[in-house]
Design a protein around this ligand. Structure first.
Ligand SMILES: NC(=O)c1ccc[n+]([C@@H]2O[C@H](COP(=O)([O-])OP(=O)(O)OC[C@H]3O[C@@H](n4cnc5c(N)ncnc54)[C@H](OP(=O)(O)O)[C@@H]3O)[C@@H](O)[C@H]2O)c1
Length: 244
């Protein structure tokens, strides 16, 4: 229970979805948690559910915001970056602007954010990035999203080498997880998507934010784990191929 006692965990993306579940689980295990993302209101609402949580807003795509955020941070043991945004579209249709905005939010943002936090990370600490199964098991209309996930995974591998043995660096690669990421979809479409995806998976359902959070706590806490891309995907990697 006390494996994170006396530890400080910063979760960028901690206001919703998997990031919030990571923050809840880390606080349960004794950590002091710092919640970050763009919306202070969202962070403060999330903090209501998390004992001792503090909030420190940041927009990872804005260098001035990242620099200001860095000055607010205490010494950190574990940095988790679940924040991102995704753009879907056929190869020939996805606009350059949408593709660049996604790379800004999901690759360059986490890159700059982790680099800014580096001086604050205590020896023996860890960084956990988030990618997604589309990097290695693509789907239709997801070439850009698959590519950005691949970039994040490469970054995690390389940083595990470069920052070790002082720090460990890992990456969680979720399959479909029921989360706030899909809150903008019409309810019927979301339900249909969850059911169809769940049926295609060996576990017969999509995942929960708590399942993804427990995996995150594992890579964060296990001191012999670095350079790992961990699929939390209900068997997505071995599911039946879709027909075109
Ligand atoms: N859920 C899934 O099915 C799934 C599948 C594959 C991969 N993933 C990956 O898993 C990770 C977590 O997903 P999730 O489902 O927890 O997503 P989520 O609930 O949508 O959370 C993403 C968070 O990112 C924050 N954010 C977005 N842009 C930001 C920026 N520029 N600077 C700072 N914060 C920013 C948002 O908060 P603000 O609006 O306050 O900024 C939001 O809280 C993501 O990397 C996602 O791509 C998820």
């Amino acid at each position: 229970m006390a494996q994170l006692a006396e530890k400080t965990v910063v979760v960028v993306g901690g206001g919703s979805g998997i990031g919030k579940a990571v923050a809840v689980a880390a606080a349960r295990d004794g950590a002091q948690v710092v919640l970050s993302s763009r919306s202070r209101d969202k962070l403060e609402a999330a903090a209501q559910d998390i004992p001792r949580a503090v909030v420190s807003p940041v927009d990872m795509t804005d260098p001035a915001s990242v620099a200001a955020w860095q000055t607010t941070l205490p010494a950190i043991d574990h940095l988790v970056i679940s924040a991102s945004s995704a753009a879907h579209g056929r190869f020939q249709d996805l606009s350059d602007d949408a593709l660049r905005a996604m790379f800004d939010a999901k690759f360059f943002g986490p890159y700059a954010t982790a680099r800014a936090a580096l001086p604050k990370l205590r020896d023996g600490g860890s960084i956990t990035f988030f990618s997604g199964v589309l990097s290695r098991r693509p789907g239709f209309n997801c070439s850009g999203l698959g590519a950005v996930n691949g970039a994040v995974e490469s970054l995690a591998y390389a940083l595990a080498l470069e920052l070790g043995p002082r720090l460990r660096v890992n990456c969680i690669s979720p399959g479909m997880i029921r989360s706030d990421a899909y809150a903008g979809m019409p309810e019927d479409a979301r339900k249909t998507m969850y059911e169809a995806t769940g049926e295609s998976l060996p576990v017969g359902r999509v995942g929960t934010v708590e399942e993804a959070a427990e995996a995150t706590l594992f890579v964060m806490s296990n001191t012999y784990t670095t350079g790992l891309v961990l699929d939390i995907d209900g068997g997505h990697m071995i599911r039946q191929y879709a027909t075109r």
